[in-house]
Design a protein around this ligand. Structure first.
Ligand code: PLP
Length: 400
């Protein structure tokens, strides 16, 4: 099929503004169907969960629909979909529950490629539990996360390997399956950060070997809701801190306080929207998601090639990361301008790009750029245009 970006773009009211949105890695736009689903929940009136009356049953229905949708999106089990405010909060919660099972002498493995949300919760809870932290290093020339090192990092003492499915700055997609195979071979669990990856291709937690797969709906056109997907039996083996009075069944055990029910309605709408990116896709929602996200990824890569070619042609530009398998996310500096100056020049031209470490705390330090403002990040989405790429390139070309 020919990816019909005009048809896709017509669904996003914010795109009418003419702004060039190359900041999707920090949060995407929402289509009308998501906005309407959230508004409808407020319009109808949504009560708290667990009651016997209709508006409460609606809240329960939104929650269940969100779990089903996220399970379809990542090929998980809806009974193991934990929902919450964002990925960081949920990861801290899971880290606390897992750390309760660790003993001094155990070890966890984290990577310098990861967003800090899949690093610091493990490092901090390891510190409290007296557990050793082992670091997987990034090949700074290529941005790859070499798999071979995990054979040395993982052993019988290893309890957990935390690794990203895609870097939110370099775009690198590590060979997660090879890493989780090594983890499982040693009896360790694998916690995979899919927050950046999920928007840019087909997510399959089972194929990745993720015991936990974390994602965030606002990165894939939905509202601000975080999700961690795991086997319900595994979740049931964990005892997170929780109120005595709250539901102790899985996944409720991990969900603290009153959630954002209207946003849950938006989560299901976002997954339906993604499944419809390819209008010719057939079958159940999962099948349509696979077809749609495959088509969207191929389209994003045509834009990525254009952006990389344009930046590579400018000898003032330094590009960070050149992984073989990557998302359509580009991280660069321009000699003569700080990353902030580049982002401001872009903003003056109504082009949104991020500057700074973007919470990729370890890799920006390893690259030696964190203290000097890091770099500029331009991230392409399934609603981006070749014109957006050209607008960014024109700003860069005009920099002093
Ligand atoms: C790769 C990655 N992991 C984790 C996070 C944190 O997600 P959240 O904002 O849902 O806590 C982000 C957010 O930018 C991210 O890009």
């Amino acid at each position: 099929m020919v990816y019909d970006v005009a048809r896709v773009r017509a669904r996003y009211p914010a795109l009418q503004s003419g702004t060039c949105w190359l900041d999707g890695a920090a949060g995407t736009l929402s289509p009308t169907s998501v906005i309407e689903a959230v508004a409808e929940a407020y319009r109808l009136g949504t009560s708290n969960a667990g009651g016997v009356f209709a508006s409460s049953r609606r809240a329960d229905a939104y929650t269940e629909a969100a779990r089903e949708a996220v399970a379809d999106l990542v090929a998980g089990d809806p009974r193991g979909v934990v929902l919450g405010p964002n990925m960081t909060t949920l990861t801290y919660r899971l880290a606390q529950a897992l750390a309760d099972t660790w003993r001094p002498g155990d070890a966890v493995v984290v990577s310098r490629l990861d967003h800090d949300a899949n690093v610091r919760p493990w490092v901090q809870w390891a510190g409290r539990a007296g557990v050793e932290v082992r670091w997987a290093e990034v090949d700074l020339e290529t941005g790859e996360l070499p798999v071979e090192q995990f054979a040395d990092l993982v052993d019988a003492r290893t309890r957990l390997v935390a690794v990203t499915a895609a870097s939110n700055v370099l775009g690198t997609r590590p060979d997660v399956r090879a890493i989780t195979d090594l983890a499982h071979g040693a009896g360790a669990l694998a916690y995979v950060d899919g927050v950046h990856a999920t928007a840019h291709g087909v997510a399959d937690a089972a194929a990745l070997g993720a015991d936990f797969y974390a994602t965030s709906a606002y990165k894939w056109d939905g509202p601000h809701v975080g999700c961690v997907v795991a086997d319900p039996g595994l979740l049931d083996s964990l005892r997170p801190m929780k109120l005595a009075s709250s539901d102790d069944t899985v996944p409720h055990r991990f969900e603290w306080g009153t959630p954002s029910f209207a946003n849950y309605a938006g989560v299901a709408a976002a997954v339906d929207h993604l499944a419809g990116l390819d209008p010719e896709a057939t079958g159940g929602r999962r099948e349509r998601l696979v077809a749609s996200l495959t088509a969207a990824e191929a389209y994003e890569h045509t834009l990525l090639d254009r952006l990389l070619a344009g930046l590579e042609a400018d000898d003032r530009v330094t590009l960070y990361g050149a992984a073989k398998d990557r998302t359509a996310t580009v991280y660069f500096t321009v000699a003569g301008s700080t990353p902030e100056q580049v982002a401001r020049a872009c903003a003056d031209a109504d082009v949104n790009v991020w500057h700074g470490h973007n919470y990729a705390w370890e890799v920006t330090a390893a690259l030696g750029i964190r203290d000097s403002g890091s770099a500029v990040r331009a991230s392409l989405a399934h609603y981006s245009l070749a014109e957006d790429v050209d607008r960014l390139l024109a700003v860069v070309a005009a920099l002093p």
